[in-house]
Design a protein around this ligand. Sequence first.
Ligand code: ACO
Length: 333
Amino acid sequence: MRHSYIAGVGHYVPTRVVTNAELEPMMNTSDAWIQERTGIRERRWFEEGTDTTANMGANAARKAMEMAGVAPNDVQMIVFATLSPDYFFPGSGVLMQRELGITNNCPALDVRNQCSGFIYALSVADQFIRTGMYDTVLVVGSEIHSSGLDKSPEGRTVSVIFGDGAGAVLLRPSTQEGQGILSTHLYSQGEHAEELIVKEPGSNRADRLQYVLDHPQDLYPYMNGQTVFKNAVVRFPQVIKEALDQNGMEAADIDMLIPHQANLRITQFVQQKMGLSDDKVYSNIQRYGNTTAASVPIALSEAVQEGKIKRGDLVCMAAFGSGFTWASALLKF
Ligand code: ACO
């Protein structure tokens, strides 16, 4: 049966490195607290005027296209995952299309599924290839969090976690038996919608501007950290196991697990639960923080670049986040 494989990967992170030490005076936090609770040592923050959600996505996409040997006008569809779009509308997908010089009027679809956004986007793209509608689909995750964080001590629990960056993959139909995306698994549970949320600017205010002026805190992310943690450590193993079971495989078959880089403690919990050794779980949250929809493709791209993932390896990606939403993808790279 026709399905897709990852023909190219790429990532881009802003050049500005922000260490925990830099956050200490700003947020009344400490390097020790951040490292102990999250594993994060530093993250990237965008440069205003240089980096945008769309052009960071384009920078990552160019590398993926180059690896796949695909020219801009060969792209037949864009799926762009972000929770931090350039504009309220239109979506960042069309802006990236313009940035890449894609002039063939291919469809650009934005996906708003937060930390699970990239795997949702990958699944959408895979379906279009499976049905035969398209052959060349660009899937991107890109985020600028740093402009939307409360950098005062009140915001410290959340603001130390998130960073900026972008990752991309180029999907093509698989030509080899057993190569490519084997299955994807998507879930949502709306009853937890308010546990991890940026409320404003929302559409349900009669006077949006006045509301935001009166409630500026609602422009920043709110997170019930302990509830997120408790749900994440259940859903990650569940959705990974489902992918393995569906394909008649077990944890020992995984060559590399790419978990969404939410928090190193969540990753360590999942690793232990799945019985995977350190060399089979990729982590770069230490250097980039949590980049939500960008975290999985950045990690994948780095792992490929470092030779930790090779053609034919069994790769499992999994994510959990705001919504709550969670997802996995199992593939032979
Ligand atoms: N620096 C220093 N102290 C802090 C900070 C900070 N940045 N943030 C909170 N504290 C203090 C609090 O004020 C509190 O102090 P007190 O005991 O004197 O009252 C203490 O640390 C503990 O605060 P908690 O909020 O209870 O901290 P907790 O141990 O729950 O850790 C954390 C918070 C790290 C967010 C944790 O709940 C967690 O890991 N949650 C998972 C959420 C997560 O990983 N989200 C990632 C994004 S979502 C996703 O991608 C899935």
